[in-house]
Design a protein around this ligand. Structure first.
Ligand SMILES: O=C(O)C(=O)C[C@]1(C(=O)O)C=C[C@@H](O)C=C1
Length: 250
Protein backbone atom coordinates (compact mmCIF):
# COMPACT_ATOMS: atom_id res chain seq x y z
CA UNK A 1 0.00 0.00 0.00
CA UNK A 2 0.97 3.65 -0.42
CA UNK A 3 3.40 5.10 2.13
CA UNK A 4 4.62 1.62 3.05
CA UNK A 5 1.74 1.15 5.50
CA UNK A 6 0.51 -2.43 5.58
CA UNK A 7 -1.81 -4.38 7.85
CA UNK A 8 1.29 -6.18 9.08
CA UNK A 9 3.14 -2.95 9.94
CA UNK A 10 0.07 -1.56 11.72
CA UNK A 11 -0.28 -4.76 13.72
CA UNK A 12 3.37 -4.44 14.71
CA UNK A 13 2.64 -0.95 15.98
CA UNK A 14 -0.37 -2.21 17.95
CA UNK A 15 1.89 -4.84 19.51
CA UNK A 16 4.43 -2.18 20.48
CA UNK A 17 1.65 -0.03 21.92
CA UNK A 18 0.70 -2.94 24.20
CA UNK A 19 3.97 -2.32 26.04
CA UNK A 20 3.09 1.35 26.55
CA UNK A 21 -0.43 0.53 27.73
CA UNK A 22 0.67 -2.18 30.15
CA UNK A 23 3.43 -0.03 31.63
CA UNK A 24 0.99 2.85 32.03
CA UNK A 25 -1.41 0.56 33.90
CA UNK A 26 1.44 -0.68 36.11
CA UNK A 27 2.31 2.95 36.92
CA UNK A 28 -1.29 3.81 37.77
CA UNK A 29 -1.56 0.68 39.92
CA UNK A 30 1.24 2.04 42.16
CA UNK A 31 -1.45 4.24 43.67
CA UNK A 32 -4.68 3.15 45.33
CA UNK A 33 -7.98 4.31 43.91
CA UNK A 34 -7.58 7.79 45.53
CA UNK A 35 -11.19 8.77 45.02
CA UNK A 36 -10.77 12.53 45.80
CA UNK A 37 -8.95 12.78 42.45
CA UNK A 38 -12.32 12.19 40.78
CA UNK A 39 -14.58 14.00 43.18
CA UNK A 40 -15.93 17.28 41.80
CA UNK A 41 -16.47 18.77 45.21
CA UNK A 42 -12.95 18.01 46.42
CA UNK A 43 -11.34 20.95 44.61
CA UNK A 44 -13.08 24.10 45.73
CA UNK A 45 -11.32 26.82 43.75
CA UNK A 46 -12.31 28.77 40.66
CA UNK A 47 -8.93 27.86 39.07
CA UNK A 48 -10.07 24.29 38.57
CA UNK A 49 -13.35 23.28 37.04
CA UNK A 50 -14.70 19.85 37.83
CA UNK A 51 -12.55 17.16 39.37
CA UNK A 52 -8.80 17.27 39.77
CA UNK A 53 -8.32 14.73 37.01
CA UNK A 54 -10.55 16.76 34.70
CA UNK A 55 -8.40 19.86 35.23
CA UNK A 56 -5.10 18.03 34.96
CA UNK A 57 -6.12 16.44 31.66
CA UNK A 58 -7.65 19.61 30.25
CA UNK A 59 -4.78 21.90 31.17
CA UNK A 60 -2.11 19.42 30.09
CA UNK A 61 -3.86 19.04 26.76
CA UNK A 62 -3.87 22.82 26.29
CA UNK A 63 -0.12 22.92 26.85
CA UNK A 64 0.47 19.92 24.59
CA UNK A 65 -1.73 21.46 21.90
CA UNK A 66 0.57 24.50 21.88
CA UNK A 67 3.50 22.12 21.56
CA UNK A 68 1.88 20.61 18.46
CA UNK A 69 0.59 17.30 19.79
CA UNK A 70 -2.74 17.41 17.97
CA UNK A 71 -1.22 18.34 14.63
CA UNK A 72 -0.49 14.62 14.42
CA UNK A 73 -3.59 12.83 13.04
CA UNK A 74 -2.88 9.91 15.41
CA UNK A 75 -3.54 12.08 18.47
CA UNK A 76 -6.99 12.97 19.77
CA UNK A 77 -7.73 15.36 22.63
CA UNK A 78 -10.21 14.51 25.39
CA UNK A 79 -11.27 18.16 25.56
CA UNK A 80 -11.15 19.34 21.95
CA UNK A 81 -13.15 22.55 22.50
CA UNK A 82 -11.18 25.78 22.64
CA UNK A 83 -7.74 24.19 22.45
CA UNK A 84 -5.02 26.74 21.76
CA UNK A 85 -3.32 26.49 18.36
CA UNK A 86 0.09 24.92 17.93
CA UNK A 87 2.99 27.34 18.16
CA UNK A 88 5.55 24.99 16.60
CA UNK A 89 6.34 24.85 12.86
CA UNK A 90 4.06 22.32 11.13
CA UNK A 91 5.46 18.87 10.36
CA UNK A 92 4.35 17.31 7.13
CA UNK A 93 2.63 14.14 8.38
CA UNK A 94 1.97 11.64 5.60
CA UNK A 95 -1.69 11.67 4.71
CA UNK A 96 -2.98 8.13 4.81
CA UNK A 97 -6.51 8.65 6.06
CA UNK A 98 -9.60 9.71 4.17
CA UNK A 99 -10.28 13.31 5.37
CA UNK A 100 -13.67 12.69 7.09
CA UNK A 101 -11.68 10.56 9.56
CA UNK A 102 -10.81 13.76 11.37
CA UNK A 103 -14.37 14.02 12.67
CA UNK A 104 -14.11 10.73 14.57
CA UNK A 105 -13.14 11.15 18.20
CA UNK A 106 -14.17 8.37 20.60
CA UNK A 107 -12.50 9.86 23.64
CA UNK A 108 -15.78 10.46 25.44
CA UNK A 109 -16.40 6.68 25.38
CA UNK A 110 -12.78 6.01 26.33
CA UNK A 111 -13.06 8.43 29.27
CA UNK A 112 -16.24 6.75 30.53
CA UNK A 113 -14.86 3.26 30.04
CA UNK A 114 -11.65 4.12 31.87
CA UNK A 115 -13.22 5.82 34.88
CA UNK A 116 -16.39 3.76 35.18
CA UNK A 117 -15.09 0.29 34.32
CA UNK A 118 -11.33 -0.17 34.02
CA UNK A 119 -9.90 1.73 36.94
CA UNK A 120 -11.67 -0.24 39.63
CA UNK A 121 -10.33 -3.46 38.13
CA UNK A 122 -6.69 -2.61 38.66
CA UNK A 123 -6.42 0.16 41.29
CA UNK A 124 -6.65 -1.23 44.82
CA UNK A 125 -9.15 0.49 47.14
CA UNK A 126 -7.59 3.13 49.38
CA UNK A 127 -6.29 6.66 49.69
CA UNK A 128 -2.65 7.72 50.04
CA UNK A 129 -3.08 11.42 49.21
CA UNK A 130 -1.09 11.30 45.97
CA UNK A 131 -3.90 12.83 43.94
CA UNK A 132 -1.83 14.92 41.55
CA UNK A 133 0.40 11.97 40.64
CA UNK A 134 -2.67 9.78 40.34
CA UNK A 135 -4.26 12.21 37.89
CA UNK A 136 -0.99 12.42 35.94
CA UNK A 137 -0.89 8.61 35.71
CA UNK A 138 -4.50 8.52 34.57
CA UNK A 139 -3.64 10.97 31.80
CA UNK A 140 -0.81 8.74 30.57
CA UNK A 141 -3.16 5.71 30.54
CA UNK A 142 -5.89 7.64 28.76
CA UNK A 143 -3.56 8.93 26.07
CA UNK A 144 -2.08 5.49 25.45
CA UNK A 145 -5.54 3.94 25.21
CA UNK A 146 -6.81 6.71 22.96
CA UNK A 147 -3.90 6.40 20.56
CA UNK A 148 -4.38 2.63 20.35
CA UNK A 149 -8.11 2.76 19.86
CA UNK A 150 -7.99 5.50 17.22
CA UNK A 151 -5.34 3.49 15.41
CA UNK A 152 -8.43 1.67 14.18
CA UNK A 153 -8.74 4.43 11.55
CA UNK A 154 -5.46 3.41 9.94
CA UNK A 155 -6.24 -0.28 10.24
CA UNK A 156 -9.61 0.28 8.56
CA UNK A 157 -8.04 2.31 5.76
CA UNK A 158 -5.57 -0.45 4.98
CA UNK A 159 -8.26 -3.12 5.06
CA UNK A 160 -10.41 -1.02 2.75
CA UNK A 161 -7.58 -0.44 0.30
CA UNK A 162 -6.73 -4.14 0.28
CA UNK A 163 -10.23 -5.16 -0.78
CA UNK A 164 -12.51 -2.22 -1.64
CA UNK A 165 -14.86 -4.51 -3.56
CA UNK A 166 -15.71 -6.36 -0.34
CA UNK A 167 -16.26 -3.24 1.74
CA UNK A 168 -18.04 -0.93 -0.69
CA UNK A 169 -21.46 -2.65 -0.76
CA UNK A 170 -21.61 -2.75 3.06
CA UNK A 171 -20.54 0.91 3.27
CA UNK A 172 -23.19 1.99 0.76
CA UNK A 173 -25.81 -0.03 2.62
CA UNK A 174 -24.57 1.50 5.93
CA UNK A 175 -24.53 -2.07 7.20
CA UNK A 176 -22.60 -1.90 10.45
CA UNK A 177 -22.95 -5.61 11.19
CA UNK A 178 -21.55 -6.59 7.80
CA UNK A 179 -18.63 -4.17 8.25
CA UNK A 180 -17.95 -5.53 11.71
CA UNK A 181 -17.86 -9.05 10.30
CA UNK A 182 -15.55 -8.11 7.45
CA UNK A 183 -13.01 -6.40 9.66
CA UNK A 184 -12.94 -9.03 12.39
CA UNK A 185 -10.13 -11.57 12.68
CA UNK A 186 -10.97 -13.69 15.68
CA UNK A 187 -7.68 -15.54 15.78
CA UNK A 188 -5.79 -12.22 15.84
CA UNK A 189 -7.91 -11.04 18.76
CA UNK A 190 -7.26 -14.27 20.66
CA UNK A 191 -3.53 -13.78 20.07
CA UNK A 192 -3.68 -10.20 21.35
CA UNK A 193 -5.47 -11.24 24.54
CA UNK A 194 -2.98 -14.02 25.26
CA UNK A 195 0.04 -11.87 24.48
CA UNK A 196 -1.02 -8.97 26.71
CA UNK A 197 -1.57 -11.36 29.62
CA UNK A 198 1.91 -12.76 29.06
CA UNK A 199 3.42 -9.28 28.81
CA UNK A 200 1.67 -8.28 32.05
CA UNK A 201 3.36 -11.28 33.71
CA UNK A 202 6.79 -10.38 32.35
CA UNK A 203 6.62 -6.61 32.80
CA UNK A 204 4.81 -6.73 36.13
CA UNK A 205 6.95 -9.25 37.96
CA UNK A 206 9.19 -8.26 40.84
CA UNK A 207 12.77 -8.52 39.63
CA UNK A 208 15.08 -9.70 42.40
CA UNK A 209 18.63 -10.95 42.46
CA UNK A 210 17.81 -14.24 44.10
CA UNK A 211 15.67 -16.10 41.64
CA UNK A 212 12.01 -16.79 41.90
CA UNK A 213 10.91 -15.91 45.40
CA UNK A 214 8.28 -13.57 43.94
CA UNK A 215 6.72 -15.92 41.44
CA UNK A 216 3.04 -15.32 40.88
CA UNK A 217 3.00 -11.74 42.24
CA UNK A 218 2.26 -9.20 39.54
CA UNK A 219 1.90 -5.42 39.62
CA UNK A 220 -1.23 -5.63 37.52
CA UNK A 221 -3.27 -8.79 37.25
CA UNK A 222 -2.54 -10.41 33.84
CA UNK A 223 -6.08 -11.71 33.70
CA UNK A 224 -7.42 -8.18 34.17
CA UNK A 225 -5.18 -6.84 31.39
CA UNK A 226 -6.44 -9.54 29.05
CA UNK A 227 -9.99 -8.68 30.02
CA UNK A 228 -9.44 -4.95 29.43
CA UNK A 229 -8.38 -5.79 25.92
CA UNK A 230 -11.09 -8.32 25.24
CA UNK A 231 -14.00 -6.40 26.73
CA UNK A 232 -13.12 -2.78 25.93
CA UNK A 233 -9.96 -1.96 24.01
CA UNK A 234 -10.51 -4.28 21.05
CA UNK A 235 -14.28 -3.59 20.80
CA UNK A 236 -13.66 0.18 20.79
CA UNK A 237 -10.90 -0.20 18.18
CA UNK A 238 -13.41 -2.09 16.05
CA UNK A 239 -16.04 0.58 16.58
CA UNK A 240 -13.57 3.19 15.33
CA UNK A 241 -13.02 1.01 12.26
CA UNK A 242 -16.76 0.81 11.57
CA UNK A 243 -17.17 4.58 12.02
CA UNK A 244 -14.25 5.19 9.70
CA UNK A 245 -15.50 2.81 7.01
CA UNK A 246 -18.98 4.33 7.09
CA UNK A 247 -17.38 7.62 6.03
CA UNK A 248 -14.90 6.09 3.62
CA UNK A 249 -16.90 6.88 0.47
CA UNK A 250 -18.01 10.37 1.50
O1 LIG B 1 -5.48 -6.64 13.56
C1 LIG B 1 -6.54 -6.24 13.08
O2 LIG B 1 -6.98 -6.65 11.98
C2 LIG B 1 -7.35 -5.27 13.79
O3 LIG B 1 -8.31 -4.78 13.27
C3 LIG B 1 -7.04 -4.95 15.23
C4 LIG B 1 -7.89 -5.79 16.18
C5 LIG B 1 -7.50 -5.33 17.61
O4 LIG B 1 -8.11 -4.38 18.08
O5 LIG B 1 -6.53 -5.87 18.17
C6 LIG B 1 -9.33 -5.53 15.94
C7 LIG B 1 -10.09 -6.33 15.14
C8 LIG B 1 -9.62 -7.62 14.63
O6 LIG B 1 -10.59 -8.60 14.81
C9 LIG B 1 -8.34 -8.03 15.22
C10 LIG B 1 -7.59 -7.22 16.00
Amino acid sequence: MANGVTLESLRQSLIRQEDTIIFSLIERARFPSNSPTYNESYVATPTFSGSLVHSVVKETEALQAKAGRYANPEEHPFFPDNLPPSVVPPYNFTEVLHPPAASINMNKDIWDMYFKKLLQLFAAPGDDGNYASTAASDLVCLQALSRRIHYGKLVAEVKFRESPEEYEPAIRAKDRDALMKLLTFESVEEGVKKRVAKKAMVFGQEVTLNNDDNKGKYKVDPFVVSRLYGDWIIPLTKLVQVEYLLRRLD
